[in-house]
Design a protein around this ligand. Structure first.
Ligand code: SF4
Length: 62
């Protein structure tokens, strides 16, 4: 991927949807919120799908 995704963890509600859609890139951390653990694990299209699906719009591109 040429762009980097990140999660605004102050906003994330830990619903797990992004992890379900792209488990190769997102995971829930010990605090129960999502984080990008493998930027290169998936495609921009899949990450965009997670961005579009996030109920609180807290996944962004840098
Ligand atoms: S879909 Fe959004 S709110 Fe749900 S865990 Fe992922 S980043 Fe957090």
């Amino acid at each position: 991927m040429t762009r980097e995704a990140y999660v605004d963890q102050d906003v994330c509600i830990g619903c797990g949807l992004c992890v379900s859609i792209v488990p190769e890139t997102f995971r829930l951390n010990d605090a129960g919120v999502s984080e990008v653990y493998n930027q290169a694990g998936s495609t921009e299209a899949k990450v965009q799908e997670a961005i579009d699906s996030c109920p609180v719009n807290c996944i962004h591109w840098r």
